[in-house]
Each structure stands twice: as structure tokens, then as C-alpha cells.
Ligand binder design. Structure first.
Ligand code: AMP
Length: 214
């Protein structure tokens, strides 16, 4: 299914988990800007060295850095097969650039996972990620088969540095200031579907799948 979809929502709203499921069920590429940036940091690239401090502090990485990474991916043949963007765009400037890039084949659906701060913080504290393949687990509801090990690739799972409570609260505030205005932007374009992120995973997934198929 060649769909171009954006997942929006505060940190801990479950976007990553849903994106992985949509990739499996609908064959859409999962494109996570956070995962791309962390990979650059781990590789010690020039981009990674620039991005590290922002990531560790829970702040947005400068637009030019993120836009370059995203432009590279969106220009690849994979992009023609359809994708779910997770974590990008994060502010109005990024959204406008994205619209420019995709003028011929625009985003079709934007799904907002709506979640209050209290739920978000609790979720993030239980989050574990695979540093190799980027798969996200949620303790205790979505635990790996073997404790601390990725089901997908067998790598040891980690808790992200920026998943500690004070950083999470800061990320939530930045979300409210920078990213939340995107909901009105996409609403005006008639593309927004809102999903209650506090609902059980299966319900969130079926709501998201239905929205993508619309
Ligand atoms: P995420 O994995 O989406 O929660 O992103 C983790 C961190 O990566 C964020 O707190 C930002 O520091 C950075 N990041 C990810 N996506 C973006 C983006 N589109 N613009 C700026 N910074 C980003």
C-alpha cells in the first residue's frame, strides 16, 4: 500500500510502537527521525556530533540537520513505496518544507495520538528500545519474549538517556510549544485523525490502520 502518513503526538504517546505495526501490517516504511539521529550519534559522524547535545538535553535538533537527513531518505527509491513518518515534522517550519518536497505526491493522512502528560511520563519510564533495529518495547504491557533482549535481532535493549523524568517533562513542554501547532495546520488541510493514545494497543492500532486505509 503506497501511503504517505505522519504520526504526531507527545513523547510516550506510542507513535513508535504503532509505526512498527503499520510497517508489518501494511508494508509501509517506518521512518523515525529520532532513530536516524541516534544512529548518527552512535556512529560519531559530523551530524551526530552536532546533534548529541540537543538529544541528551531533550531539545529539538536544529532544522537544517534534521532536514538534510530526511531529504536524503525521502529522495531514495524506498520513499516511493510509502512511509510512516514518526517524529518528523516537529515544528511548523519543518512541516512547510516537507509540503514543498512532496508537492507532487503529498501526505495523505496525519494521525495524532492524543495523550495527557501523566500518561506520557509513566509510559516513557517503562520504555526500552533496541539500539540496533530501533524496535520499541513497553514494560510491562509490550515486553520482549526474553528479558532485556530484542525479539527481532537479539540485541540487548537499552533505556534511552533522554527517557529520564526531568528530560521527559522538558520534551513534553517543547512538544506543546513547537509541535502541537501542527495539529491545526493539518486539520486545515483536512488530513487529521485523532486517536486517544490512552486506549489499549489493539484499539489504537485498528483506529490507525483504518485511518491509513481511508
Ligand atoms: P524521538 O525519538 O522522536 O522522541 O526523538 C528523540 C530526540 O531526537 C528529540 O528529543 C530531538 O532531540 C531529536 N529529534 C527527533 N526528531 C526531530 C525533529 N524532527 N526535529 C528536531 N529534533 C528531532
Amino acid at each position: 500500500m503506497r501511503r504517505r502518513v505522519i504520526l504526531l503526538g507527545p513523547p510516550g504517546s506510542g507513535k513508535g510502537t504503532i509505526a512498527v505495526k503499520l510497517q508489518k501490517e501494511l508494508g509501509l516504511h517506518h521512518v523515525s527521525s529520532g532513530h536516524m539521529l541516534r544512529r548518527e550519534v552512535d556512529n560519531g559522524s559530523t551530524v551526530g556530533r552536532r546533534a548529541k547535545l540537543f538529544l541528551d538535553n531533550g531539545e529539538l535538533v536544529p532544522d537544517d540537520v534534521v532536514l538534510e537527513l530526511m531529504n536524503t531518505w525521502l529522495s531514495s527509491p524506498n520513499a516511493e513505496e510509502g512511509f510512516v513518518l514518526d517524529g518528523f515534522p516537529r515544528n511548523l517550519a519543518q512541516a512547510k518544507v516537507l509540503d514543498e518536497w512532496l508537492r507532487g505526491s503529498p501526505i495523505e493522512r496525519v494521525i495524532l495520538f492524543d495523550s495527557p502528560e501523566s500518561v506520557t511520563v509513566d509510559r516513557i519510564i517503562g520504555r526500552r528500545t533496541c539500539p540496533k533495529c530501533g524496535r520499541v518495547y513497553q514494560l510491562p504491557t509490550l515486553a520482549p519474549g526474553k528479558d532485556g533482549v530484542c525479539d527481532e535481532c537479539g540485541t540487548s535493549l537499552v533505556q534511552r538517556e533522554d527517557d529520564q523524568e526531568p528530560v521527559v517533562r522538558k520534551r513534553y513542554d517543547i512538544y506543546r510549544q513547537e509541535t502541537e501547532p501542527l495539529t491545526a495546520y493539518y486539520q486545515q488541510q483536512g488530513k487529521l485523525t485523532v486517536v486517544d493514545a490512552t486506549r489499549p494497543l489493539e484499539q489504537r492500532l485498528s483506529a490507525a490502520t483504518a485511518a491509513v486505509r481511508e
